[in-house]
Write a protein that binds this ligand. Structure first.
Ligand SMILES: N[C@@H](Cc1ccc(O)cc1)C(=O)O
Length: 494
């Protein structure tokens, strides 16, 4: 299906593209719970990141989305946001090498373990804050949240440039900068639903390609800068990206009317049931998914943090290591487009198998890293890793739709993002610890390949559980029909 172009009425109402939680002028649509098989029709292919936006139900039916105009400026601003936030995170491996050199002492036994915490805390915080950011976006609106978040991120990054040891860096880069990024990121996805309805899939695809574009270019820029101006000045220059992000946030002029049902009368807060939606937990399939995905991600951020250092150790300081990040960025972008489209042709909850295959390939590729003794091998590994990384990301929203139905999808994804923060945070320090103790990264990369395989195996239960649920529901329905039919006959006799 062409993005956006062939969306049905349903699809455009509940686009799969953006925002994890009901946010400003955004609420969960009060549509009827869809049968899991119907969900496929509504998910519109689910491009890009794994958030879902369901724009405000209030008067949205009367609201005509501009499908362009200022919306294109908003799209560019959101693209910048996606790129700046995840481009910097994805290129952490380059900063990591520099942090080791600048802050580390050769005799520190835990050098890589301690340094990896900086990047992994940062990546983890972005996800950890997700559910909280949704509430803020609800209360303060997209623009204030995004601009405020970018300002905090800017302060965090600038402060990091003045820091000369790891301790404060955990706070400035790992907490402050990342919290700001999280607050800037989520509204950038929510706001797209104010401007686009029919084209939301396409626009979201372009916006998420921002992360791939920055992942392709930033590593080269960072390496050049680190060499020429040093770590502190490089961070100061990176702050410019955050400054532009702040300005970009000003573009998020809200258009949708505030939904009447998203707040209690006389209160600025949404009702508790909107903040904590327990419906998602009723689906066993979702419960398996919400634990299987995080279980698969313990190794996810390990290559982003440690691959650059591993390449230096194996191929020497002059190896063109940035090319590897570039490969991941390129194929991840391509993967999002290809697999987003492939997902449209995969029936219902069977889409989970696409994610299972992604994890299998990502896991195997991670295990292949230590086996590559020629640089070309690593390039091949990174190309494949990126491709299936793109698949895993773009298939998230469609699967959430299948498992919990359109009205619960934003909560389902918001919670999942929060859960993902744990493996994202602990994976890289464990890999660093293994490298510190064992003298090479080999075991770390072998082990990083195991969680995706275990998590993937867990996900294989989902189609089976869902098929069983559908069978039971059908039997129940038949029984009820039978009963009410019998009742009718009885009544007529009387
Ligand atoms: N490497 C991923 C990081 C990521 C993973 C999951 C997400 O939901 C968002 C971002 C990217 O650049 O896009």
């Amino acid at each position: 299906m062409t993005e956006g172009a062939n969306m049905t009425e349903n699809e455009s109402e509940t686009s799969t593209s953006v925002a994890a939680e009901p946010a400003e002028e955004t609420t969960i649509m009060e549509t009827e719970e869809k049968h899991p098989d119907q969900g496929e029709k509504e998910n519109g292919g689910g491009r890009g990141k794994i958030q879902v936006q369901v724009p405000g139900a209030a008067d949205e039916s009367d609201f005509v989305h501009p499908e362009g105009g200022w919306g294109w400026v908003v799209m560019l601003a959101a693209m910048w946001c996606n790129g700046a936030v995840f481009g910097i995170q994805n290129a952490f491996g380059i900063l990591f090498v520099s942090l080791l050199e600048e802050f580390g002492s050769k005799d520190d036994e835990d050098l890589r373990f301690k340094t990896a915490w900086v990047g992994s805390l940062s990546m983890g915080m972005i996800f950890f804050c997700s559910p909280i950011v949704s509430v803020f976006t609800d209360l303060l609106g997209c623009r204030v949240t995004a601009v405020g978040g970018a300002a905090v991120g800017l302060v965090g990054l600038l402060a990091s440039s003045f820091v000369t040891s790891l301790g404060p860096m955990y706070f400035t880069y790992g907490i402050l900068f990342a919290t700001g990024c999280s607050f800037a990121y989520q509204p950038s996805l929510v706001i797209l639903g104010h401007y686009f309805k029919k084209r939301l899939g396409l626009v979201n695809g372009i916006v998420t390609a921002g992360s791939s574009a920055f992942t392709v270019t930033l590593p080269f820029a960072l390496s050049g800068l680190l060499e020429k101006v040093g770590l502190a000045n490089t961070m100061r220059l990176l702050s410019i990206l955050m400054f532009v992000l702040m300005i970009a946030g000003l573009a998020y002029v809200p258009l949708l009317p505030k939904p009447v049902n998203s707040q209690r009368p006389g209160s600025r807060c949404p009702p508790m049931s909107k903040v904590f939606n327990v419906n998602i937990w009723k689906s066993l399939g979702y419960r398996i998914w919400a634990f299987g995905i995080p279980a698969a991600l313990y190794g996810y951020f390990v290559p982003y943090v440690h691959l650059m250092k591993h390449v230096e150790e194996r191929f020497g300081k002059d190896a063109n290591k940035e090319v590897l990040l570039m490969c991941i960025g390129v194929t991840s972008g391509v993967g999002r487009l290809i697999f987003g489209r492939v997902a449209d042709y995969v029936h219902g909850v069977q889409k989970v198998y696409l994610q299972v295959s992604s994890f299998l390939v990502i896991g195997l590729m991670s295990m292949m890293i230590p086996l590559c003794n020629v640089f070309g091998g690593l390039i091949a590994v990174c190309l494949l890793m990126g491709l299936f990384d793109g698949c895993f990301i773009c298939i998230m929203a469609p699967i959430a739709f299948e498992l919990v139905g359109s009205q619960n999808v934003s909560q389902a994804i918001g919670f999942l993002l929060g859960m993902m923060s744990v493996p994202m945070t602990v994976g890289p320090p464990i890999a660093g610890f293994l490298r510190d103790r064992l003298g090479s990264y080999d075991v770390a990369f072998y082990l990083a390949g195991i969680p995706p395989i275990i998590g993937g195996a867990m996900l294989c239960l989902i189609p089976w559980v869902e098929a069983r649920r559908i069978r039971r529901e059908a039997a129940m329905k038949q029984m009820l029909e039978h009963k009410s039919g019998g009742q009718g006959e009885h009544d007529s006799v009387i």
